[in-house]
Design a protein around this ligand. Sequence first.
Ligand code: HEC
Length: 394
Amino acid sequence: MDAQLLQWLSVNLRWFHLVTGAAWIGASFYFNWLNNNIRPAAGDDPDPAVKGEVFAIHGGAFYRVSKYEGAPARLPAILHWFKWEAYFTWITGFLLLGTTYWYDASAMMIDSAVYALSPGAAVGIGAASLVGGWVVYDGLCRSPIGQRPRVLTGVGSALLVAGTWGIFQLLAPRAAAMHLGAMLGTIMAANVLFVIIPGQRAMVEAMVGGRAPPQAAGAAGALRSLHNNYLTLPVLLVMVSNHYPAAWSGTWGWAIVTALCVCGVLVRHGFNLRGQGRPRPFVVSWVGAAGLLVVAIATLRPGPSASASGVPSVSTTQVQAIIATRCMPCHATEPTLPGFVAPPKGLALEDRATILANHEKIASQVEARVMPLGNLTAMTDEERAVIVAWARGF
Ligand code: HEC
């Protein structure tokens, strides 16, 4: 596909994905908030089944939201379900993953220093991570372990860490991190599609048929909703980390991403504790935020002054020669590599001044093995070392 066209497709999908994701998470946060802030009804409601209510003001109007214990005696003509936000977030996310990673697997998913996969195998592993993640998670929830939420959390988390480690042994690190995020997002959307909405449908059907709502369906839906609640912040953190190699590159990439997820869960837990009216709830959130700081400090690479001594001085001319062969096929005003019509990110590394001005960016991309993309220009490890040493000499 034309590179320019692919960019337009990508930017529109990203936009759509963000909008639907904001709507989904926004609705989910709002209902959490409602549940936490419902207070016993004043008793003046004509419907005795109303057990609690919330008064709110927003956008210049007053709102009174009532919550029923069980089902209302009569269904209104229009009942809102809140499901398309989730479905469209998944669909646009899946298309984005497909056009960014699967479509260009040799450049975006394979790093022969990690594992020399064929493009077909890389896409197969990506697809298997999405389907497999859901099948394993859903199986666990439906097994006897699913009856014991704490054991389920422990076993599920251990399997997730193992899966994260596994995918980082196969795919290029950035693709591995994005597939982890996509796997968690798939679990969340599938929870809505296969458990939460069918459960709600069963409740409505029971009501219409004059039967008691099925308890099991309600309980399963509540458990899956709780899981989705804890997954929102980690998924967002993983997804926004895609342009920042510090968050997933290197030998410990899998552990860094895992640590980010744990921090995201802790931050979320603080908000949940606050909703439950617990004392000092945000202590937990602060622990999560401090965890992010610890991860950042632990992954900092030695700065220029720390390693300047003992590093052979590298001239910019030497670096320019490497960039001309390994980077300029793409990063030039008129790229020579087929499929590239303009310098990626507008970065043409043709002249000395641009190279000098971008020395930190260049070194960080090269050291993290993100660039050259898919190592299509066959950069050697010696050349990487030269560029990193050069950048540290500043
Ligand atoms: C096969 C084509 C290709 C080659 C070769 C290549 N790049 Fe890139 N580069 C890209 C693409 C595509 C992007 C945009 C990636 C994105 O959107 O995340 C990019 C982005 C970048 C960025 C900006 C990253 C950011 O997120 O801001 C830097 C810096 C960079 N490349 C440096 C290099 C260096 C240095 C080399 C040579 C060692 C190199 N690239 C070789 C295709 C290439």
